[in-house]
Design a protein. Structure first.
Length: 437
């Protein structure tokens, strides 16, 4: 059997057979042998041991004579003892190395005896030598001086296929799922927010302001003004949806309930934004901002030829209604068209590719939202225009008590919220488009 693992040995064996005779020779070792080195270290150890004994005798004489040992003798003794310890350690290491060499030599001798002198008929060969001896093409390649190219086909290779190494290969798995994109929901934050504990929000709305205030002379008759109000209501509406799952799926996937909970909540919030912006007030729909906003009407005698002209005129229209516009809501495509406008020298008028800044036009914040249809826009003081009421904030519930769920091991998860939107000052908003006739 030929395998890829044999390739290095094959190449080395072929080259070894083809090498010039002048290169072949026995292994040489010009350095000192381990036995000689051991003898030399033992001799050095004997010399140090003699010096230690001599120093100890001197120290004993000094102690008898003067009652103490000189500092010089102490330092000499410490140095000799340290050297003696190091030499003893070296002797042990050399003895261990020598024993290993003798063991290897014996093993090699036995192998040689088995192959040549011990009655064996076949000499011991390396893996590469055995391969070369077996393959006639490699022998011929080596006999020819190993010149040119030799292609060796490797068969029975272990691969990643099933039935080979494929069964041993495992794959990394990320448990956190890749979720679909979610829209940034920004419209609700532009409104005034409140809470209600009823299913109907009632408020009073002024409908008449006929002010006749004027300058009056002494004893003159004062003009009469008239004012009027009416009751207005906004009904609480419910936004909801459900999904069905099996008990097994919920039990076997620890992520599933969290993922469904998150998706149900996002679905409610997305529908909420659509209703706030464009609900038509029919049936269970909210009456949204675009439904109630005042339509754009360009002031006479002023430019109305470009997007930025028209939006400036919308600010003017809001101002003429005695409100102050604070923001624009438009589709990202329309804002990009404005942001890319250039002057006669190809310089960006609004956009700055080299910096990050909050989108603004005519000093008003620009809110980009895919909820707004391309080509349409809304401006005004939306916090003054509308109030958004929460009757019941988002809740997600799960139950088996729906239809035949109990006998089918099914579960139903539902998400719901109840809200109301009151447009109190429609004149504070102006809506329009970018269609130029």
């Amino acid at each position: 059997m030929r395998t890829k693992s044999l390739m290095p040995a094959i190449c080395l064996a072929a080259l070894a057979l083809a090498r010039p005779d002048a290169v072949v020779g026995s292994v040489r070792n010009d350095t000192m042998t381990t036995e000689a080195l051991l003898d030399k270290v033992n001799q050095k150890l004997d010399d140090v041991t003699d010096k230690v004994k001599s120093t100890a005798e001197d120290a004993l004489k000094q102690a008898k004579k003067s009652g103490e040992v000189s500092q010089e003798t102490k330092e000499k003794a410490d140095k000799l003892l340290t050297e003696q310890t190091a030499l003893n350690k070296t002797v042990d290491e050399l003895k261990n190395a020598l024993e290993g060499i003798k063991s290897q030599t014996l093993e090699i001798s036995q192998q040689v005896a088995e192959g040549n002198g011990g009655g064996g008929s076949t000499p011991v060969m390396t893996l590469g030598q055995a391969f070369v001896a077996e393959d006639d093409r490699i022998k011929a390649f080596a006999d020819g001086g190993a010149r040119g190219n030799l292609r060796i086909t490797v068969s029975n290779a272990i691969t990643t296929a099933a039935g080979s190494a494929g069964g041993l290969i495992y794959h990394e798995e990320e448990r956190d799922p890749i979720r679909m994109p979610r829209r940034r929901l920004l419209i609700r934050d532009l409104l005034t927010k409140g809470k209600t504990s009823s299913d109907l929000v009632k408020y009073r709305k002024q409908t008449v302001r006929d002010s006749k205030a004027a300058m009056v002379a002494e004893e003159g008759t004062m003009p009469e003004s008239s004012f009027g109000w009416e009751k207005a209501t906004s009904e609480v509406k419910k936004i909801a949806h459900v999904t069905n799952i099996t008990e097994e799926a919920l039990a076997d996937s620890d992520f599933l309930q969290t993922e469904i909970d998150s998706e149900l909540r996002y679905g409610l919030d997305l529908e909420e934004e659509k209703q706030i912006l464009a609900g038509d007030g029919q049936g269970e729909n909210l009456k949204g901002l675009l439904t109630e906003a005042v339509a754009f009407a360009a002031a006479a005698g002023l430019p109305n030829a470009t997007r930025i002209d028209r939006l400036r005129l919308a600010i003017l229209q809001v101002a003429l209604a005695d409100y102050v516009s604070t923001s624009f809501v438009m589709n990202p495509t329309d804002w990009a068209a404005i942001d890319l406008l250039k002057d006669s020298q190809d310089r960006y008028i609004f956009g700055n590719p080299g910096s990050m800044s909050t989108p603004m036009l005519w000093g008003k914040d620009v809110v980009e939202s895919n909820t707004m249809s391309a080509g349409e826009w809304l401006t005004g003081d939306l916090a003054m225009a509308g109030t958004y009421y929460d009757r019941q904030e988002t809740e997600v519930l799960i139950s088996s008590e729906h239809d035949t769920n109990f006998i089918e091991d099914m579960l139903t998860m539902k998400g719901r919220k109840r809200v109301a939107l009151a447009i109190k000052r429609a004149a504070a908003m102006v809506k329009g488009n970018f269609v130029f006739g």
